[in-house]
Design a protein around this ligand. Structure first.
Ligand code: NAD
Length: 548
């Protein structure tokens, strides 16, 4: 189901485009809006991450996808379709570059000005590349972080543990469900009641309250009984975190997933209401940036307070430490980032957030692939555990989809087997495969993905650029290069890829080359940085690393 009446989820057997490859990309574009946060403004998630530059650009993209031939390539620049080139049927159907600003100019203020002039748009990681699948896209990542914390600090479970976090937006909305799946009593502070209600409606969040006492009461009872519960507290995290600390309540785990990266369109300062903040956006960005930064200082100071008192505290990839440090919190970076702290060993083997979508719109197709995953990888504990949990607990949003952290070789194996199912008519329609941009080869982000790399190569952005070129050479259907927008300007570059499994032999070739080469480069990136696990994987799996 879609969330917005004007933005229905696509599906069904009838093609509007000339082939399934083009139709697939059209449906994925429709899907990101159907599960997006504010589709009327083309905003999908991450404060200002957009599906297209503006509505004219959107209409032209739809027209081209509907009418283009398989031997053509659509070129998209920051959400605006620029040209349709004659290529060949093994070339990508769509190539795009979103929000890439030359080094010295890659600053939030320049981004806002370019966006205001209509010259650029922030594609998020998966919004502009039409790969977003709602909060379910990040839920396994969030769950795996919670489980790594459970294993490292709490004997393997978060039952009887209090997790404090904030932000119930597109990505942050996964936290209450991931938290309860890990057994925790999780409190999510959210300034916008409508966002909390949305998460409750789709089954991700259990309770909503505006009262801190009531929230802490619900959490305390569940913690005591060792029961999982999720509570959304409507309030500002920069007020609530310090207040909880002041009361001497110490959560077991603390993080935050407000859109803190964007001081104008994302984070809401504690000194104003949500409506006041909204009315200042575009009108007084300087004031919003200053006040958001001040609030983030209070917010992060409380996180540090909890850390000193024994909470496990981590940064969840939203630049909150960076803004706090800029605001004078010198020890902000004593809080570790989730990637380095919990996920890097997986990235060393190119295990990362792989995903597939049922273009038919039929949930049965995803259930069939769930079975396939369990058949193909019975010994992969992370994935089998996840698929069993997900099929029970994670409701579909928009096109039925699943995410699973699979690595080199396994992604290709699954996609080829799924393509065979499509060919044999065992699914209601083709599938699309993609992955998050936060993956081994495809992201340089020195404050999230590549913080504290073993060889100091944190800020080297060659890897995602190489990845995108490798993916084009490997015949992927859509290839995107993104850089940061809003507060992320100058902080990141990433590459995205989408592949369509329409059951054809051509699709099998594309899936085989693109998925294998993407993860090969991922292993090489970490092997090159000196990680022994990656070097072993490179040798064992013979990924083509030259080993220099
Ligand atoms: P979003 O814009 O959809 O939602 C952000 C939410 O934070 C909104 O609901 C907003 O009302 C709320 N909020 C803002 N200021 C607040 C405050 N002071 N107190 C309480 N609530 C407040 O963003 P999103 O897509 O959920 O992403 C959240 C952050 O996570 C972004 O910075 C994003 O870039 C980052 N992110 C992390 C990962 C990851 O893998 N960890 C993945 C994607 C995005």
């Amino acid at each position: 189901m879609g969330r917005h009446p004007n933005f229905p989820t696509p599906g069904g057997p009838v093609l509007r485009a000339k082939g399934w490859r083009q139709e697939a990309l059209l449906r994925l574009l429709e899907n990101v809006l159907s599960v997006g946060e504010d589709p009327e403004r083309l905003v999908v998630y991450a404060a200002l991450g957009k599906a297209a530059r503006n509505w004219d650009a959107h209409a032209k993209i739809v027209e081209v996808l509907t009418t283009m031939d398989e031997d053509q390539t659509l070129v998209v620049q920051s959400g605006k379709p620029i040209g349709l080139l004659k290529t060949h049927k093994d070339a990508p159907l769509v190539v795009m570059a979103n929000c890439n600003i030359v080094g010295q100019w890659a600053k939030a203020e320049v981004f806002y000005e370019l966006e205001r002039k209509g010259l650029i748009c922030w594609g998020g990681l998966t919004a502009g590349a039409w790969q977003y699948i709602g909060s379910q896209g990040v839920i396994q990542g969030t769950y795996e972080i919670f489980m790594r914390i459970a294993e490292r600090h709490f004997g393997g479970t978060l039952a009887g543990r209090f997790v404090l976090t904030a932000g119930l937006g597109g990505m942050g909305g996964s936290q209450p469900l991931a938290g309860t799946m890990a057994g925790a009593a999780i409190l999510c502070v959210e300034v916008d009641r409508a966002r909390a209600e949305m998460r409750q409606r789709i089954g991700y969040l259990q309770h909503i309250t505006e009262d801190l006492d009531e929230a802490l009461g619900l959490i305390g009872q569940a913690k005591h009984a060792g029961q999982a519960v999720s509570v959304g507290l409507v309030g500002n995290a920069a007020d609530i975190y310090p207040e909880i600390a002041r009361r001497g309540v110490v959560p077991d785990v603390v993080t935050d997933q407000t859109a803190a990266h964007d001081l104008v369109y994302g984070y809401v300062p504690a000194t104003m209401t949500l409506d006041e903040a909204r009315s200042l956006r575009g009108a007084d960005n300087a004031r919003l940036m200053a006040e958001s930064r001040n609030s983030i200082v209070a917010h992060v100071r409380a996180m540090l307070d909890f850390k000193r008192q024994g909470s496990v505290v981590f940064d969840n990839g939203n630049l909150i430490r960076t803004h706090a440090r800029d605001g004078g919190v010198e020890d902000a970076f004593t809080i570790p980032v989730f990637t380095e702290a919990y996920l890097r060993p997986l990235f060393c083997e190119a295990v990362g957030p792989f995903r597939w979508m049922a273009l038919s719109g039929e949930p049965g197709d995803i259930r069939r692939i769930d079975d396939l995953v369990l058949e193909l990888f019975p010994d992969n504990r992370i994935v089998t555990n996840w698929v069993r949990l997900a099929r029970k607990h994670v409701p579909f949003e928009g096109l039925p989809a699943r995410i699973a952290w699979l690595g080199h070789g396994d992604r290709t194996k699954l996609a080829l087997a799924a393509n065979d199912l499509v060919a044999r008519g065992e699914l209601a329609g083709p599938l699309a495969f993609s992955r998050d941009h936060l993956d081994a080869a495809s992201m340089a982000h020195p404050n999230i993905m590549t913080e504290n790399m073993a060889d100091g190569s944190d800020a080297v952005a060659d890897w995602p650029l190489l990845d995108a070129m490798v993916l084009c050479s490997s015949m992927a259907d859509l290839v995107a290069i993104h850089s940061g927008g809003g507060g992320y300007a100058g902080f990141m570059t990433s590459a995205g890829v989408t592949l369509v499994a329409d059951g054809s032999e051509d699709a099998a070739r594309r899936l085989g080359y693109a998925l294998t080469n993407d993860t090969s480069l991922g292993i090489m990136r970490y092997a090159d940085a000196g990680y022994e696990t990656a070097r072993e994987a490179a040798r064992e799996k013979d990924v083509g690393w030259l080993g220099l």
